[in-house]
Design a protein around this ligand. Structure first.
Ligand code: SF4
Ligand code: SF4
Length: 445
């Protein structure tokens, strides 16, 4: 599909530092897999970078405090995906507000990954709590660690950023280019891959040029290639990108390592480089604050756990016409009702829209019954039957929804986007997945 890009709101500004907020809420579940258990107690003093949540589970990642401060509480907090989840709420120490800054200046063309062993890289990635920063939040150590049953040969780096409005990956490709390449080399070594392909959509020629120029400068980078891919949505879906670049199919419901491929996002690679070289955990990320109802759209370097309200304030505040705040982009993001929702390691954007923009985009008419046009089936990149799944969820038949492969849905939003009856198909499917996870007691009710 080709939804309107709307990248112009934020694409041209450089990444901006923000002051530490007065309070952060570090969610204990920010990734796919087991949530963390708190490692601190109420009233404890914590230092920036200190582990505040962890678990022994294999598929998990620790969470760290992004600030110096005092634990105010460990309590339920609004969660962008799960509704509510436990969080460590930390009051920032007003006397010690040292702000973390990006470390891109430390990386250059001469970066040499041979100083680090594969084991050291995997350990550093695990200790830094790195998870997929493109939105999925899958623990990175699990992805890159060698697995004798599923050996990997190709590393794909996802620089597509196909979701409308979002430009955080675009900006870091321009501003943190050598840091990304250092992370790519380290991930390649850890995963034991021989080939690396960096896929970037062809609507980002300056990013393609910057990455190619940096690779041409870099030592030992002959095995890394930048390949432009067509601008279409959802080109940045893991399975869709593998197919575009290699003409290979990842089995439905499966993962790329099943066919020897590891896929990482560019921001994740930058975090790997920082963790391995400087030892810094993943406590900050670049977030695009964008849309037609925010005063100063741009890309901001913010602490993980900062509340959406504080991020909006740093971007100059909402305009009078603001009607909807979405954590993420308009296709895959979720509208939030609570502006105290903290961002997670996987939150790449806050998009704020006016009523006019929402109406123009879709809601000119109210939802009407399905007219059996089949458009949702035509556009589904996973070849699912969205209307059947949504109908099953609506009638609380979660097992029937699962028979239609509900869990294989990548939540791209294409079906909702094209539906002439304005049925929120993706919304039903997301709800179905959440209810299924709750039934299995994987997330709190
Ligand atoms: S959101 Fe809709 S179109 Fe996208 S994968 Fe899921 S069912 Fe298919
Ligand atoms: S696109 Fe909408 S109206 Fe058409 S078949 Fe799918 S759910 Fe029904």
């Amino acid at each position: 599909m080709h939804p309107r890009q709307n990248k112009h709101f934020s694409a041209d500004g450089t990444i901006q530092q923000v002051p530490n907020p007065k309070q952060v809420a570090v969610l204990l579940s920010q990734h796919i897999g087991a949530g963390c258990k708190p490692q601190v107690s109420k009233k404890d003093k914590v230092k920036a970078g200190q582990v505040v949540g962890d678990t022994n589970a294999f598929v998990s990642a620790p969470v760290h405090s992004p600030v110096n401060g005092t634990v105010k509480d460990i309590a339920l907090q609004s969660h962008p995906v799960m509704g509510r989840a436990m969080a460590v709420i930390i009051d920032t120490d007003p006397a010690d507000v040292t702000e973390k800054r990006p470390c891109a200046a430390q990386f250059g063309a001469d970066f040499d990954e041979s100083a680090y062993s594969a084991e050291q890289i995997c350990d550093a990635v695990r200790q830094a709590g790195i998870v997929g920063m493109g939105g999925a939040g899958f623990p990175t150590r699990v992805k890159i660690e060698p697995n004798p049953r599923l050996p990997k040969h190709t590393l794909i780096i996802n620089g597509c950023e196909c979701e409308p409005f979002i430009t955080c990956d675009y900006r870091i490709m321009l501003e943190w280019t050598y840091q990304i390449i250092a992370g790519v080399k380290l991930a390649c070594k850890a995963a034991g891959c021989s080939t690396v392909i960096i896929g970037i959509e062809d609507n980002k020629p300056t990013a393609i040029e910057a990455m190619r120029a940096a690779l041409a400068d870099s030592t030992d980078s002959e095995h890394i290639e930048v390949v432009p891919v067509k601008t279409k949505y959802p080109q940045g879906g893991e399975r869709q990108l593998v197919n575009s670049l290699l003409k290979k199919f990842v089995p439905t419901g499966g993962i790329p390592p099943m066919i020897g491929i590891c896929v990482l996002n560019v921001a994740t690679c930058a975090a790997i480089a920082e963790a391995v070289v400087t030892g810094a955990p993943l406590t900050h990320r670049v977030v695009t604050v964008t849309g037609c109802a925010i005063t100063k759209p741009g890309n901001y370097y913010v602490p993980v756990g900062m509340q959406v309200a504080d991020i909006i304030a740093q971007a100059g505040g909402l305009t009078e016409k603001a009607a909807k705040v979405i954590l993420g982009g308009p296709m895959m993001g979720l509208a939030i009702a609570d502006l105290e929702t903290p961002i997670t390691k996987a939150s790449g954007a806050v998009t704020i829209l006016t009523k006019e923009a929402i109406y123009r985009a879709k809601y000119e008419k109210r939802q009407t019954p399905c007219i059996r046009c089949g458009r949702c089936l035509d556009v589904c990149p996973e070849n699912l039957n969205p209307t059947k799944i949504a109908h099953a969820v609506k009638n609380n038949l979660l097992d029937v929804a699962q028979q239609y492969y509900m869990s294989a849905c990548i939540e791209c939003g294409c079906c909702s986007y094209v539906c002439p009856a304005n049925i929120e198909l993706t919304g039903y499917i997301k709800t179905g997945k959440l209810l299924t996870a709750r039934a299995k007691e994987k997330v709190p009710v």
